[in-house]
Structures are given as C-alpha cells and as structure tokens.
Unconditional design. Structure first.
Length: 172
C-alpha cells in the first residue's frame, strides 16, 4: 500500500465496533479502541478519546478470552501488529492490509484464534490456525508475558526508515 492509498481508520473502527456483540457472545471481551496521533511529538500519546486526535496514525484494540489475550494495532499505512498470548505461548506477526474488509477479517480471525484455542486447548500445532495470515508467525514460549498497557505501546518505539507518514514497526 502506498502513501496515497491509506486505510480509513475511522471506517475500520466503526466496523470493529459492530463486531463487539458477536465477540461478547463467544466469550471475548473487547477493550476500548485506542488511537495514536500521527503528528504528535515523541513519545506519541495513545488515547481512547477519538475526538482529541485530529490525524490518526493507528487504531488498536485488545481482545480477551478465557484462554488468552490479543493485542491488535491497525496502521493507516496498510499493516497490522498482532500479538497473541495463548496459554504460555506468545505469537506475533505483522500482516499487510489492503482495505477495511481485510482489517475486519484479520480482527475476526484473531477472535477465532482465541476461541478455537479455548475449545481445543493451546498446542504448538494450533498456533498457525489463523485464517488471515499474510506473514509467517513467530512463537515465543513463556519468556515474554504481555503487559496490560494501551495496545499501541508494544510496537510504537520500533520503526524502520520509511517516511514518517508510512513508518512501519519492525518485527520483534
């Protein structure tokens, strides 16, 4: 995705909000949406009040189920940061996204991953299940526990040499 075709994060947020009821029925608690302001000075603030952010760089959400937790950050430049804590395994990946439908499919797939593992148990072989997977996943066993910070804090400090408007965090 080039800098002229950026994701509409407000549209993504509206679609994610519509998924909340279905997630709740499946035993998944969705956290508040968090927003990162694109033009703020470093460290860029992460807020839950969309009206305080005039130019969004990313939107994030946490999904929590009985067997795990997911942190999902969708970037306007066309990629996502996904971190899943499933039992004692941490799964991280950074898929490319091309449109709002892809963002919604990714979020629903992450929710599926949380509920599938709650039903059949977390096993190494199940961690690759996610249907919407644009890049290979990397597993880290137990060494790193996800911390309950606003979703964006985990990746925002690591960026590559892309321009500021399309800077993409580097993989872990």
């Amino acid at each position: 995705m080039n800098s002229q075709s950026q994701l509409d994060l407000d549209q993504v947020a509206r679609k994610l909000s519509r998924l909340r009821h279905g997630w709740s029925e499946r035993g998944i608690t969705a956290g508040q949406l968090t927003w990162r302001y694109a033009r703020a000075c470093w460290p860029k603030p992460i807020v839950t009040d969309r009206s305080t952010v005039t130019e969004t760089e990313s939107v994030g959400i946490t999904l929590t189920a009985a067997n795990g937790e997911a942190l999902l950050v969708l970037w306007r430049g066309g990629w996502a940061d996904v971190d899943l804590l499933l039992g004692s395994d941490v799964v991280s990946r950074n898929p490319d996204l091309h449109d709002v439908a892809g963002c919604v499919a990714l979020a629903d797939s992450v929710a599926d991953q949380l509920t599938v593992n709650a039903i059949i148990g977390t096993r190494k072989g199940n961690l690759g299940y996610v249907a919407y997977q644009a890049e290979p996943i990397r597993r880290t066993s137990g060494a790193r526990q996800m911390q309950r910070y606003p979703v964006h804090r985990m990746r925002h400090a690591r960026t590559t040499s892309r321009s500021a408007s399309t800077a993409r965090p580097s993989p872990l």
